[in-house]
Design a binder for this molecule. Structure first.
Ligand code: C6P
Length: 415
């Protein structure tokens, strides 16, 4: 990684970490890869790939189970990663860090273990109109199971949450508020600390979907004041199949296990089982050890750069990308809220997003097209889908340049 000293810090120059990511060195369809789909899944730096390989080559064994050396090493690596996660999001205790398969599993865990025992027919779950399906469908399932009602807070034409409308929904019948930190389809950053303060003043617990929050800026769960915060390793430069549920210790303590099996118990008898202590009570079965090792390495990598710098770098690129996209004739930006992470959806008159995506891919530019697992957002903006360019710490001004040039060429081919 090449970085300038802080005193000369120019974010666009300073964050030149593309070389840390082996996948970015390739050409695609005869062009240097311009990877603008990190919101779907980010590329991994060599530091993560190497850490996983070293673990697989030397240390692999099951965790928490063996007295032999490799099992000790594997347990140390796994638990060491948990400690890194704890400090990365500033949780008060490692007991509050439950390692999951990802954001999706973390939200389902909260729905079933925290909310289900506390909700009844006619009581409410509040979410927003900009949620990813992972923060919609688990609640719909819970509503089917319990007779509870799902209530949706509206957004406006720029893709901003209508806060007054949200707060007016937070009455005494609400058992949880589930809200995304950053919208994956719109890029909108929600004012989580303010929202949690409003919710908690009314005694309503808050789950934050942080899948698109953690890759872009520092996250401090205590400062945010949330009760739960869910995220995935693969969007923050770690492996797939691994993620985190942060939960306040007192709440996790009071919750029943989500799944039963090995490792989540202290003693099993046919006349009753004693569950393990936190956080193991929620980690049934052999976990994705290599994935968690990779997550730990990803955090170490990010901390080496500094999340404030990641954020500053991305904000400059985002401003440039939005301005230049906005000047393209017939292109409509979807998601123009004042506070945004580096994600931009758009549609072009007369060109289906999938066709646009294919034409961009032919020029080596990878964007995601479709509904982005946020169909209600597409319904709100009355589009079948969008093209979405998402920037990460490894993107540069050249990537934005190549996106714009490829888009202009694609549009000329269509007209
Ligand atoms: N969004 C995207 O292209 P999982 O699949 O569990 O790692 O993450 C689900 C998820 C939850 N919340 C938000 C805000 C997300 O963006 C995602 C994943 C990807 O936008 C894949 S659909």
């Amino acid at each position: 990684m090449s970085t300038l000293p802080d005193t000369q810090y120019d974010p666009i120059e300073a964050l030149d970490v593309r070389g840390d990511f082996p996948a970015l060195a390739q050409t695609v369809n005869g062009h240097p890869l311009t990877f603008l789909d990190s919101a779907a899944s980010a590329q991994q730096p060599a530091a993560v790939i190497d850490a996983v390989r070293r673990y697989q080559e030397n240390d692999h064994a099951n965790v928490h189970r063996g007295v032999h050396t490799l099992s000790h090493r594997a347990t140390e690596a796994y638990e060491g990663a948990r400690d890194r996660v704890r400090s990365f999001v500033n949780a008060a205790s490692r007991s509050e860090i439950v390692l999951t398969k990802g954001t999706t599993e973390a939200v389902n865990l909260v729905a079933q273990s925290f909310v289900r025992p506390r909700i009844g027919s006619g009581e409410k779950i509040v979410i927003s109109h900009m949620e990813h399906h992972a923060n919609i469908v688990p609640w719909q399932i819970l509503c089917e199971q319990t007779g509870a009602e799902l209530v949706v807070a509206p957004i406006d034409e720029r893709g901003k949450l209508r806060l007054d409308a949200l707060y007016s929904l937070l009455d005494e019948s609400v058992r949880i508020l589930g809200i995304t930190h950053v919208s994956n389809a719109l890029g909108t950053i929600n004012p989580i600390a303010e929202i949690t303060a409003e919710a908690r003043a009314r005694g309503i617990p808050v789950l934050v979907d942080g899948a698109q929050g953690v890759p872009h800026s520092p996250v401090d769960v205590q400062a945010l004041g949330c009760d739960f915060y869910a995220f995935s390793a693969h969007k923050m430069f770690g492996p797939t199949g691994t993620g985190v549920l942060y939960g306040r210790e007192a709440l996790l303590e009071a919750m029943p296990p989500y799944q039963g099996g090995g490792d989540m118990i202290l003693e099993v008898r046919f006349d009753g089982t004693i569950y393990n202590e936190l956080p193991y009570k929620f980690e049934a079965g052999t976990p994705n050890i290599a994935g968690v090792v990779g997550l730990g390495a990803a955090i170490e990598y990010l901390e080496g750069i500094g999340m404030d710098r990641v954020n500053a770098h991305e904000q400059l690129l985002l401003a440039d990308m939005m301005e230049r996209l906005g000047k393209i004739d017939g292109l409509r930006l979807i998601g123009t809220a004042e506070y945004k992470a580096s994600v931009q959806s758009f549609v072009v008159d007369g060109i289906h997003p999938h066709d646009l995506g294919t034409l961009l891919d032919q020029q080596g530019v990878a964007v995601r097209t479709g509904h982005h697992c946020a169909m209600p957002v597409m319904q709100f903006f009355d589009v079948p889908g969008t093209a979405r360019a998402s920037l990460a710490l490894y993107n540069t001004a050249d990537d934005v340049e190549r996106l714009i040039a490829a888009l202009e060429r694609a549009i000329r081919m269509f007209r």
